[in-house]
Design a protein around this ligand. Structure first.
Ligand SMILES: Cc1cc2nc3c(=O)[nH]c(=O)nc-3n(C[C@H](O)[C@H](O)[C@H](O)COP(=O)(O)OP(=O)(O)OC[C@H]3O[C@@H](n4cnc5c(N)ncnc54)[C@H](O)[C@@H]3O)c2cc1C
Length: 421
């Protein structure tokens, strides 16, 4: 049996992969619902299901798309037909659309109408310095951080990708995200969001798949201790319930870094994090953005990105530690001001709102913290780690979480095959 602990996307991906590889699986989750940091819930104030926060995928997220495909949920994502990123500078009122061309040659950079107004080709080409960055470099070591291109493109992009104050973020990780998206042209960076909710796209189809394959799913099961002996996990302690492991049993811990480190004191893991704040507003009518876009980049306001889904408008502020300390009513007022300006709506009255503060949204993706990411294999032969904070080489994202689950599952299967020989 392979015991997977944690039913966020990393744990779900691991469990799905193990089933696909014919392994018996049990999945345990502390909460009463799956999804972890990528979840949906019914909100009374808004009278509808909302997500804890906007989650953007792009067409280059190959592991996430393969996961959805395996679950029959690939068509649950929506997005524009082309790779378009509309922006608004709230200070000047200027609007523009970043439109990468098809194919990997970045011809769009030569066409002023497709790039950020007022910027020059050279500023984009400087991104080659990100490609050559090593583990110690942060974004400010590689890019000019006091020009218009920084303010209107690199800063909102790096803040969103790394959920870290952009100058201090890891240049390597930012490049890893660009390499798998923008570097493939429009084919790699078409923006995608869940059509109805994160749960309906990324979580419920996985639970249905696991039910169909008779996987034991146990909610409300918080792992409290792990007994380790002779380089092996011997037992799992869930409080009311204890599980003794047999010779062929393996464990995948797919927990957030702080919880994994508390259970495994010898583990080195990222130990700093940043918040993400999301504000959701339910308008009286559905909202449409030009070109069928699902998001709008905002410069010079509180939020960096505004997303629309029917009559729901949701704004994201990443690296939002200071904002998260403000009362929700004050945050709602800031974010509604951005929304009203962006959509040309009257500033009053403010419609029903919900502010969601995720205090530990992701680990702080600085070079120092990235150096603390552990690999999936551990010094305990039957124990593997998964999670967006493990050493995936990618930022802490859905793509990274799913890839980490796949890697941990494959290692667990390989170990049992090696043992059987
Ligand atoms: C607001 C917000 C916005 C985001 N936006 C984006 C985005 O736009 N694009 C993107 O790609 N990514 C985004 N992310 C990141 C993405 O959500 C995460 O990378 C991903 O969900 C992490 O999954 P995980 O399985 O690694 O961890 P988690 O989701 O944290 O899963 C860990 C699970 O373990 C459970 N658990 C904890 N302790 C125990 C225990 N002791 N015993 C049993 N279970 C336990 C938890 O309840 C949880 O379900 C965002 C995250 C947030 C919070």
């Amino acid at each position: 049996m392979i015991h997977v602990v944690g039913a966020g996307l990393a744990g779900l991906a691991a469990a799905v992969r193990l089933v696909q590889r014919g392994q018996p699986v049990a999945l345990y989750e502390a909460a009463q619902q799956a999804g972890g940091r990528c979840r949906s819930f019914f909100d009374r104030a808004l009278g509808r299901v909302i997500d804890n926060g906007n989650h953007l995928l792009v067409s280059g997220n190959r592991s996430a798309l393969a996961y959805l495909d395996a679950l029959g949920a690939a068509d649950s994502l929506i997005g524009p037909r082309d790779a378009i990123f509309p922006f608004l500078d709230l200070a000047s009122g200027e609007r523009w659309v970043v439109r990468p061309n098809r194919g990997p040659l970045p011809i769009w950079l030569l066409l002023p109408g497709r790039r950020v107004p007022g910027t020059r080709l050279g500023g984009y080409l400087a991104s080659w310095r990100l490609a050559r960055a090593d583990d110690r470099h942060n974004v400010a070591d590689c890019l000019c951080t006091d020009d218009l291109l920084w303010r209107r493109f690199w800063s909102p992009l790096a803040t969103a990708v790394l959920n870290t104050p952009p100058k201090t973020g890891s240049a390597r990780l930012l490049w890893a995200a660009l390499r798998e998206s923008f570097a493939h042209g429009a084919a790699g960076c078409r923006p995608l969001i869940a059509r109805t909710s994160l749960a309906a796209s990324l979580v419920d189809p996985a639970l249905q798949f696991l039910h169909r394959h008779r996987v034991q799913l146990a909610f409300g099961q918080r792992l409290r201790a792990v007994r380790l002996e002779d380089r092996q996990v011997r037992s799992l302690d869930f409080g009311q319930r204890g599980i003794e492991l047999g010779a062929g049993d393996r464990v995948i811990l797919a927990l957030p870094p702080a919880q994994a480190a508390a259970l495994l004191p010898e583990l080195t893991a990222p130990d700093a994090s940043h918040s993400i704040v999301n504000g959701h507003f339910r308008l009286a009518h559905p909202v449409r953005l030009p070109g069928g876009s699902v998001l709008l980049g905002l410069v010079g306001g509180t939020a960096e990105w505004l997303f629309v889904r029917d009559e729901l408008v949701s704004l994201t502020v990443s690296a939002a530690d200071a904002l998260a300390d403000e009362p929700s009513e004050a945050i709602a007022a800031h974010l509604w001001a951005d929304t009203a300006a962006a959509l040309g709506l009257p500033a009053t009255p403010q419609p029903p709102a919900r502010i969601v503060k995720e205090r530990r949204a992701t680990f702080a993706q600085t070079p120092e913290q990235v150096a603390r990411r552990p690999p999936a294999a551990t010094r305990w032969a039957n124990l593997f780690l998964a999670g967006d904070w493990t050493a995936t080489g990618l930022p802490a994202t859905i793509e990274g979480a799913i890839r980490s689950g796949n890697v941990a599952a494959d290692l667990a299967v390989k170990q049992s095959e090696t043992k059987a020989r």
